[in-house]
Write a protein that binds this ligand. Structure first.
Ligand SMILES: [Zn+2]
Length: 344
């Protein structure tokens, strides 16, 4: 395909920097953490624009409730039982074969963030929880790489480009809010178009940073309610007490474990103790579980198992040792189900 023709409309933009700007974009490696609603929309936009390499990190499998707003996926994807990262990779390759797309089916945490973000020129947030954002913030500050916070709750959109040497996410929030104190997709719902607005802002900031560098980047936090059309910008100054800005990366050096309550689901995500990936032999495990209930899905990435003695639960077991326990919001009950069927 003629590259000039393909990207002609964006190259014409006076701010783009002409073919040189496009060439910078094509040399860039961008990591997107989470390819749910916001992350998958950002991924599609950047793939169409011709980013060189896109690395997609996501731990989840597609659920029926995702299709309301996660525009990269469809009903055939749902039936496939494949993880979102693998589905997104397949779809993006069809959208733009010139982009190198790498899917990582993984839960980003302090123990693997260095490896997962290695080589990134820019990191984009498509996650749904604050703890992961603090881990990303520390890792990006340590590596001197910009990242862009993007969040949607209800009808409200949040965005904040974090640039090396300037105010960071910890300067803005200090500490992750305690569980249960903030609204989530589960408590407040999500308006589909709000996702598109959040992804649009984040992708625009990403393209600016990649073709022009930080000069044109937005500073501070912007908030927009796409329902009321009220918006504001909040200036964020560098906090002289901020540990991350002082080079103390507490979220990397002293990882804080936590369960994750997933958006729109009655489920708890578990990861192996110590934050390190364990390798789960899915073949062996399937052999053990087959007499204990129904193996609903089985592929090289995961097993999905419904135990016959606890019909309210469904366990999705990933080859890196993680598990998603559906049918409970109690981390203790989820851990005990894991221990019961998988072992510790
Ligand atoms: Zn800071």
């Amino acid at each position: 395909m003629n590259e000039r023709g393909r990207y002609a409309c964006q190259i014409k933009l006076p701010a783009w920097g002409g073919p040189e700007g496009q060439a910078r974009l094509q040399q860039a490696t961008v990591v997107i953490v989470g390819v749910g609603a916001t992350g998958s929309a950002i991924a599609e936009t950047l793939a169409r624009a011709g980013v060189g390499t896109l690395r997609l990190i996501d731990r989840d499998v597609l659920e029926p409730s995702n299709l309301q707003r996660q525009a990269l996926y469809d009903e055939e994807d749902l039936a496939s039982g494949l993880p979102k990262a693998a589905l997104a990779e397949r779809r993006l390759r069809r959208i733009n074969g010139e982009v190198s797309v790498e899917a990582r089916v993984s839960d980003l945490h302090a123990g693997n963030v260095g490896e997962l973000l290695d080589g990134a020129d820019l990191v984009l947030d498509g996650t749904d929880n604050f703890l992961t954002r603090f881990v990303i913030n520390d890792a990006c500050l340590r590596a001197g790489v910009p990242w862009i916070y993007a969040g949607v709750v209800g009808t409200e959109v949040h965005g904040f480009p974090v640039l090396p040497g300037e105010a960071c996410f910890r300067c803005y929030l200090g500490e992750p809010p305690p569980p249960g104190t903030t609204e989530t997709c589960q408590t407040a719902g999500v308006l589909g178009p709000a996702v598109m607005v959040a992804a649009g802002y984040a992708a625009a900031e990403a393209l600016k940073l990649l073709v022009k560098g930080p000069a044109d980047a937005a500073r501070g936090l912007f908030l927009t309610d796409v329902w009321t059309r009220e918006g504001r910008r909040i200036r964020v100054s560098q906090d002289p007490e901020c540990p991350a800005c002082a080079g103390r990366y507490e979220f990397l050096d002293a990882p804080r474990e936590g369960h994750a309550e997933l958006c729109g689901q009655d489920a708890v995500a578990l990861r192996p103790p110590g934050g390190k990936a364990a390798v789960l032999d899915l073949e062996l495990l399937a052999g053990k579980l087959v007499s204990l209930g129904a193996l609903e899905t089985r592929n090289r990435f995961l097993l999905r198992f419904a135990p016959s003695d606890a019909p309210e639960l469904q366990l999705t077991l990933f080859s890196d040792g993680r598990a998603l326990v559906k049918g409970t919001v109690d981390p203790g009950a989820a851990r005990s189900a894991y221990a019961k069927y998988v072992g510790t």
